[in-house]
Design a protein around this ligand. Sequence first.
Ligand SMILES: NC(=O)c1ccc[n+]([C@@H]2O[C@H](COP(=O)([O-])OP(=O)(O)OC[C@H]3O[C@@H](n4cnc5c(N)ncnc54)[C@H](O)[C@@H]3O)[C@@H](O)[C@H]2O)c1
Length: 315
Amino acid sequence: MQTVVTGAAGFIGSRLAERLVAEGHQVLGIDCFSDYYSRRLKEYNLRNLKEADNFSLLEENLLELNLPETLQGVDWVFHQAAQAGVRASWGEEFSVYSNSNILATQQLLEAAREVKIAKFIYASSSSVYGETDDLPMREEGRTRPVSPYGVSKLAAENLCQLYHHNFGLPVISLRYFTVFGERQRPDMAFHIFIKAILSGEKLTIFGDGEQSRSFTHVDDVVEANLLAAESSLEGEIFNIGSGEENITLNETIDLIEEITGCQAKRDYQSRVSGDVRHTSADLSRAKKMLNFSPEVDIAAGLAGEVAYIKEVYGL
Ligand SMILES: NC(=O)c1ccc[n+]([C@@H]2O[C@H](COP(=O)([O-])OP(=O)(O)OC[C@H]3O[C@@H](n4cnc5c(N)ncnc54)[C@H](O)[C@@H]3O)[C@@H](O)[C@H]2O)c1
């Protein structure tokens, strides 16, 4: 298949592109190397892909590309590019979120409609749900984000649904729940925690650490993308979370201590607005309709992330 992966230099996009390349697909990665985190980490994400004959990279902002021309002959689009991060989405920075998350998605959908692609997979987020007591979160449940980032991800997901309903664009949205594993973004909790623990530095926890998440391994997220692309389904939205019981941040820190053999210096600070207290994914639709079955457990996934952090920072 001819495929496009937007955000290919990022955490999830680079892992997905590697899997597609390994399966023999032709992959065009698009990424503007946004300055949200260091270019060095993104170059490191791409190091294996750059060796592959069936991978090429377009270093461009989606908003500056001639997208219909770029998508000519493409079968599958995996739209992973976005301005990520909940906490940075307040204030002046919101223009970056509205441009990269909403406007870029709309322009990509227009182009995909024009060239009649076979499948468009959108990387949505559990942040579309916001704060709720109605757990686990179900796809048909209420969506009321509590951060501007979540608003932007929901707006783009709604655009995907619109392009499906109005123009028959074959779209599937996958709502990822906190993704972890090798290459996790440096602003995300496990990356920060592991680095701090290995370096003997203080580790800041926002809140009491009892907030819980459905931590989802990146390999399971990649698998969900492949299942969605290969399925005959269209216009569907699926939760993509872990199959395990939800785990608190405090418990994950205990686990990292066990894996590294180092003691964490925990520093509890007040909660940050926009952070949801609990997320929990109802996976029944994804299991039944996509045959999705998460496989990587938290301990194995964290061990892989510890090895990555040691390697990338020489710790
Ligand atoms: N990591 C998670 O836990 C998580 C959870 C839910 C949803 N998601 C979604 O998954 C996707 C991937 O997230 P990630 O954690 O890999 O983030 P990431 O920041 O590592 O990757 C995103 C990439 O997109 C690129 N990008 C951003 N705007 C662009 C633009 N306008 N044009 C071209 N490239 C652009 C960035 O340079 C970056 O390399 C995002 O859509 C994110 O909203 C991630």
